[in-house]
Design a protein around this ligand. Structure first.
Ligand SMILES: Cc1cc2nc3c(=O)[nH]c(=O)nc-3n(C[C@H](O)[C@H](O)[C@H](O)COP(=O)(O)OP(=O)(O)OC[C@H]3O[C@@H](n4cnc5c(N)ncnc54)[C@H](O)[C@@H]3O)c2cc1C
Length: 359
């Protein structure tokens, strides 16, 4: 997003990407209309898989609690396709996009920054760290304390090409994401059928609760036990990934000569774990900061706008307060909120997942 915007403004942009694209990225591929609008993607002209979502279900103690909207409130995409589309768009606008270029080392040389890729060094006045949760720029800025003070989410997921007809014949092919709150009230499992693909996984805050491999096993066993997931289906291997979520952190994601975006800055939303929208928005704002005629004002504006957007809103504050309550009370409260159609729609789905639904 940043490379695209900078190239559009006729800046010299070099984008170093470790992998070759299209690449697999562990993700459920749930994109809000707001994220799509930030990405400047029109759902009507996007050339890849885009499944409109106008129903979401929460599975609780064997019941499927369905909420519907008269219009799509989100979309399902394949990350491999979306990310490839974005890089191709940046390249078409004039960005120099290079694949297979893993940045091994980032060093500050006075007012410039050096990026080492194998034996090569790239020197620049500004760098945007958009390398996700293992971003080398974030490491260079924040050192070994990078993940120490951040609330981390760990997740494991699989995206399997089981075929649209098989999905439709099964109870998984409802066309809506189904969310399974974790009994520890610190995460959720999900399944989501998108075209030929079944995406399923589980994620939770990494704060000393049950480990992800055990949650994964428990989730799959529950799907198999009630016959939701047919025994005969072979799923693609499950892949684990962890990333930081924003929980009222007050660190500055930019300073002289660098700006951190997306997961490199830990910008994913609390509760839902949505990170595509924040990554897109921060990429766009990072480009605006570099286009700013006064570079110091540019990065200060960036820090201010990120703090305003993510902020320490009422939902985050209430969540942090409720987290101190005993687990059995939280479980009861969550069950009540999920079972009541109004609180499920307004607080859980539109509040924590769809951010008020504004486009
Ligand atoms: C299981 C799971 C499910 C999720 N589901 C959703 C969802 O449904 N909706 C949603 O909005 N968010 C979801 N998220 C969060 C979302 O995937 C991330 O927040 C988002 O991808 C962050 O984007 P990013 O561009 O910052 O980082 P990334 O998407 O991780 O991209 C970083 C890129 O940097 C490259 N890179 C890394 N290191 C280097 C290096 N040293 N040199 C060069 N290149 C490097 C990587 O190859 C990668 O291509 C999910 C996350 C997980 C783990």
């Amino acid at each position: 997003m940043a490379a695209w915007r900078l190239a559009q403004a006729r800046k010299d942009v070099l984008l170093l990407e470790a992998k070759s694209f299209p690449r697999f990225k562990p993700c459920a591929g749930w994109v809000t209309p707001k994220a799509l609008a930030t990405l400047e993607i029109d759902p009507l002209t996007y050339p890849h898989l885009l499944i409109p979502i106008s129903q979401v279900a929460i599975a609780l103690d064997g019941d499927l609690l369905v909420t519907s909207w008269p219009q799509p409130v989100s979309y399902g995409v394949l990350r491999s396709e979306l990310d490839d589309f974005l890089l191709k768009r940046a390249r078409a606008a004039g960005a120099d996009v290079r694949f297979g270029q893993r940045v091994d080392r980032v060093e500050w040389l006075g007012s410039r920054v050096s990026l080492q890729v194998g034996d090569e060094h790239w020197i620049s006045e500004q760098v945007i760290g958009a390398g996700g949760s293992s971003c080398p720029v974030a490491r260079a800025v924040e050192g070994r304390s990078l993940w120490k003070h951040r609330p981390m989410v760990a997740a494991i997921m699989s995206e399997s090409p089981v075929g649209a007809s098989r999905l439709l014949e099964s109870s998984l092919g409802t066309g809506m994401p189904v969310l399974f709150p974790e009994p520890e009230c610190d995460g959720y499992g999900w399944y989501f059928a998108k075209g030929d693909f079944l995406n399923l996984g589980v994620g939770a805050l990494l704060a000393g609760g049950l480990a992800i491999p055990q949650r994964h096993k428990r989730f799959l066993q529950s799907l198999a036990r009630d016959g939701t997931l047919p025994d005969s289906w072979t799923l693609s291997p499950f892949v684990g990934h962890s990333y930081a979520v924003w929980r009222g952190r007050r660190t500055h994601p930019a300073g002289p000569h660098y700006l951190l975006t997306g997961d490199a800055a830990g910008l994913a939303h609390d509760f839902s774990g949505e990170g595509i929208g924040p990554a897109a928005l921060s990429g766009s704002l990072a480009a605006a900061a570099l286009i700013h005629p006064d570079s110091v004002r540019g990065y200060q504006d960036y820090n201010r706008r990120i703090a305003l957007i993510q902020g320490n809103g009422p939902l985050v504050r209430t969540g942090a307060w409720v987290e101190k309550w005993p687990l059995f009370v939280r479980r009861k409260l969550l069950a009540r909120l999920c079972r009541h159609p109004w609180t499920r729609r307004r607080w859980i789905l539109e509040g924590a997942f769809l951010h008020g639904l504004e486009p």
